[in-house]
Design a protein around this ligand. Sequence first.
Ligand SMILES: CC(C)(COP(=O)(O)OP(=O)(O)OC[C@H]1O[C@@H](n2cnc3c(N)ncnc32)[C@H](O)[C@@H]1OP(=O)(O)O)[C@@H](O)C(=O)NCCC(=O)NCCS
Length: 186
Amino acid sequence: MKLTWKKFNLIESLKKFFGFTAPFYQEVTLAGQRFIFREIALSDIRGLLALEKEVYAGELPWSKTAFVVELKNLAPHRYVLLERGGEIVGFVGARLHAEDCHVTNIAVHPHFQGQGIGSFMLRDIFQYAKENKSQQITLEVRISNLDAQRLYRRFGFVSCNIKKNYYTENNEDAVDMIVKMEDLSW
Ligand SMILES: CC(C)(COP(=O)(O)OP(=O)(O)OC[C@H]1O[C@@H](n2cnc3c(N)ncnc32)[C@H](O)[C@@H]1OP(=O)(O)O)[C@@H](O)C(=O)NCCC(=O)NCCS
């Protein structure tokens, strides 16, 4: 049997799903502060929902079910968080689909924004995309979220499409953004 990259990814996902690989865990220093940088587990969902409430003024863009579906997804994915003193201060998620690495979510606690945490987590996703031979990284962002768009542009993302009324609760448009790995100089 020829082991294609797709089959390899599926095997890796199954190994992770059934607990045959140790979850990723690392200590990092960012802006002079120590954090634990580790893979997200289902037991983190309560903390992630609390973080969302802080980030989105009480709103929950992702429900508990949305997190469970993503974390249990058999498609290869990376969901990692940064924590300090037992509190989650940020997380990012991405899922592979064919040659696309799609960033599904990223958020940093308001007290920790503007200190390089979002950039650190995005770099991790770029590394993940490279390791998995993705051709491109994509994401969508609210058209009004200019701060996030500025961050993404610094990483080489460009707008490629507008999805009209994508966010149903206020009919806001989404900007599709993409960066081709071949265009990266780093
Ligand atoms: C978008 C988001 C994830 C970015 O995270 P972040 O940790 O604030 O990102 P960074 O700190 O890496 O970068 C933000 C800014 O801080 C600056 N910065 C980075 N490191 C810094 C440091 N050590 N000291 C001061 N400023 C710094 C960056 O240059 C950047 O500047 P810019 O505004 O000109 O782009 C975060 O703002 C967030 O959670 N927003 C709400 C949720 C959201 O919008 N998610 C995206 C949905 S698509």
